[in-house]
Design a protein around this ligand. Structure first.
Ligand code: SAH
Ligand code: ZN
Ligand code: ZN
Ligand code: ZN
Ligand code: ZN
Length: 441
């Protein structure tokens, strides 16, 4: 078996980096723990972004602890959320001619600050409409390993919103979905009869310049850390209370390079938060959820959430050359919706090429043929898959059964390879950190 890193989870009493409590890891070989356990940053998979490291059994001196605390403090944003909310109030009082946004600092500027930013690039005449679309104003943080900010194409965002409205939801916990949040906020402020509310949880603190403490919480979804402490946690808890029958759904679109087990552990805590808000209990129901993630993570997600199923809908992105809709000959998006709602409730648009399979009782891609032997619509990528009697399952159309390997695989492969393959896409020849399916440009 391969050497790998295993997450031992959020550990009580874990030391903190600027991104909140670190996670406990261990090197494994042949599935067995090997070597010393250590703590590393939960949010940053790139050492360049956060180099926090500590052995589990390491004795850390008082001086180093103090230095670390000081370091963590100095690596917090220069304005608090409350300060940013005040700044926004002052900003909107300014005439258009005085509304500037510094592109270098990604910050709304008040006139007294212009001088300090005089040699920076800035945008002028920031209209109220632009303030309502911060995801267009801010540049997407595309650094693959940490933020991986890929914004929904308008079509997909609109689809998600209509879907959850049709399903009867009135509150959306938007975890790492700033564009969905923005669409909801902006409709709520423009359309009288629009009665959906959203709370954004995201690690991107730039959004605190545009939203109040009731609309945005600075949150780390890899360790369930609320940077705003108990007050922010309480905001989230309150939001999850289904007062006046306003039903809640959580929608999340995490960075794909992230650790599924860490995400799952945080999402379970958010689900527990929801469950605890209900005095009569939710009859063991789960908080409804859309987890947006690539299809090759299906088994990983189902390991943690057996009640979930994967929908065929292909989620498209704006700033992603490869993950745009297929029609024009471009590659199709591998990103799907995983949900614990009944699949047949998730109505997919016929005009985009989805149909209802009466046997499977769910909407599928038009190319996804129902296999009589598997008794399900087996394609994961929208293309028609073919059944292999030897493997006893459907496989990609480009695969062939190799009698040496005793399984279906690409025709071009070397049989003796025992490489178990990449953890992310399952293909041989590279590790998860170098997985081409994660590079999105
Ligand atoms: N498609 C979504 C954006 C998804 S990109 C939309 O258009 O709304 C991933 C999002 O997760 C980004 O907003 C990013 O800032 C956020 N994110 C990345 N790491 C995170 C972390 N550790 N905790 C919380 N949010 C994180
Ligand atoms: Zn960190
Ligand atoms: Zn079917
Ligand atoms: Zn089959
Ligand atoms: Zn086969």
């Amino acid at each position: 078996g391969p050497a790998a890193l295993a997450l031992l989870g959020p550990a009580p009493g874990a030391p903190s980096c600027p991104h909140g409590p670190a996670l406990l890891f261990v090197k494994t070989s042949q599935g067995k723990e090997e070597g010393r356990r250590f703590y590393a940053c939960s949010a940053c998979r790139d050492r360049k972004d956060c180099n926090f490291f500590q052995w589990e059994d390491e004795k850390v001196s008082e001086t180093r602890l103090a230095a670390r605390e000081e370091y963590n403090r100095s690596h917090q944003p220069c304005f608090t959320h409350t300060q940013n909310v005040d700044r926004y109030k002052n900003f909107v009082l300014l005439p258009l001619s005085k509304r500037r946004f510094c592109q270098d600092c990604q910050q709304l500027l008040l006139p007294a600050e212009w001088k300090k930013h005089s040699d920076h690039q800035f945008l002028c005449d920031i209209t109220t409409a632009r303030l309502k679309s911060p995801s267009q104003l801010l540049y997407p943080l595309e650094n693959k390993k940490t933020n991986a900010q890929y914004l929904f194409a308008d079509r997909s965002c609109q689809f998600l919103l209509n879907l959850l409205i049709d399903l009867g939801f009135r509150r959306v916990l938007s975890v790492g979905t700033p564009r969905l949040h923005e669409m909801i906020q902006s409709k709520a402020s423009q359309e009288e009869e629009f009665n959906v509310r959203s709370l954004l949880l995201d690690i991107d603190f730039r959004y605190s310049q545009f939203y109040t403490e009731d609309e945005f919480c600075h949150y780390n979804m890899f360790n369930h850390h609320f940077f705003g402490g108990e007050a922010a946690r309480e905001t989230c808890r309150k939001f999850l209370c289904e007062e006046n029958g306003e039903r809640v759904i959580m929608v999340t679109d995490p960075p794909f390079g992230g650790l599924v087990e860490a995400l799952a552990s945080s999402f379970k805590k958010l689900m527990a938060m929801w469950r605890e808000t209900e005095k009569e209990g939710h009859d063991n129901r789960e908080m409804p959820m859309f987890w947006i993630f690539p299809y090759f993570f299906e088994t990983r997600i189902l390991d943690f959430f057996p009640s979930f199923s994967m929908m065929d809908y292909q989620v498209d992105y704006d700033n992603h050359a490869l993950y745009k809709h297929g029609k024009t000959g471009r590659r199709q998006s591998p990103v799907r919706i995983f949900t614990n709602l009944t699949p047949r409730m998730i109505v997919l648009p016929e005009e985009e090429g989805y149909r209802f399979c009466t046997v499977c009782q769910r909407y599928v891609s038009s190319g996804n043929q129902h296999c009589e032997i598997c008794n399900s619509c087996t394609s994961k990528d929208g293309r028609r898959w073919k059944h292999c009697v030897l493997c006893k399952k459907c496989v990609k159309p480009s695969w062939f059964h190799c009698n040496n390997c005793n399984c279906c695989t690409l025709q071009k492969h070397s049989c003796e390879k025992t490489d178990p393959g990449c953890f992310v896409c399952g293909k041989a020849g590279h590790k998860r950190s170098a997985c081409p399916s994660l590079s999105r440009s």
